[in-house]
Design a protein around this ligand. Structure first.
Ligand SMILES: Cc1cc2nc3c(=O)[nH]c(=O)nc-3n(C[C@H](O)[C@H](O)[C@H](O)COP(=O)(O)O)c2cc1C
Length: 203
């Protein structure tokens, strides 16, 4: 909790210095390392978007299992409970998902992705797809030559076309591996197994 508060305070400081003209500001954000005993320089980064914390919990477990580092996609304008109310067709999340060109702004990009060869990309399913802010990230982060492995959480939908629909947003040097969904109600051990299976065959 203390660490979340510190990260949030840091973000507020970063955001207060940024003039939001483009979808992504020029600010960068430090990549979060797990405690020294767990994090290794193994070239794997877990990037996630999680307005309601389900993906966040999974991302931390996956990073722990793979000794990877973490980067959170933080929206410049946080999503409120009203924004996430998908029973309201006029809610921000629903409006964004209806507009294929929507690119919600990200508060800050990762400072340096050059040391990572593999990015695990986590998101919640929204209307069967990845939230549009994933498009913002993929179009603006420096991902050339990397392998991307998507994972998602949802109430009931499978990953469907949500991962393959992201492929055209990166250049041809990016290698996309098959994504997978973490089942609702998965335990920590389930998610650790999921992480090992998702990256099987990777260095
Ligand atoms: C705008 C919106 C749309 C959603 N659409 C779906 C959906 O199509 N299928 C589904 O199974 N769950 C859907 N959900 C539920 C989320 O995918 C699920 O609660 C997810 O685990 C939330 O992750 P988070 O807590 O990290 O935000 C939707 C949630 C929101 C907010």
């Amino acid at each position: 909790m203390k660490r979340i508060l510190i990260v949030m305070l840091g973000l507020i400081l970063v955001c207060s210095q940024v003039f939001a003209e483009d979808a992504v500001s020029s600010a960068t954000l430090k990549i979060e390392k797990l405690p020294a005993a767990e994090a290794q320089d193994n070239g794997i980064l877990v990037v996630f978007f999680s307005p309601d914390d389900t993906v966040r919990a999974a991302a931390y477990t996956i990073a722990s299992e793979l000794s990877a580092e973490l980067f959170e996609i933080v929206p410049e304008e946080p999503y409120t409970a009203d924004d996430l109310n998908y029973f309201n067709s006029k809610a921000r999340s629903m409006t964004e998902m209806k507009d294929a060109s929507a690119r919600p702004a990200i508060a800050a990009l990762p400072e340096d992705l050059s040391k990572y060869h593999t990015v695990l990309l986590g998101y919640p399913i929204w209307g069967g797809q990845a939230p549009r802010i994933l498009c913002t990230f993929l179009e603006t982060a420096e991902l050339s030559g990397k392998t991307i492995i998507p994972f998602c959480t949802s109430n009931s939908s499978g990953i469907g076309s949500s991962d393959t629909n992201l492929h055209p947003l990166t250049d041809e040097s990016v290698v996309w591996l098959k994504g997978a969904r973490i089942k609702k109600g998965s335990t920590e051990e389930d998610i650790r197994l999921f992480a090992r299976e998702l990256t099987a065959g990777q260095e």
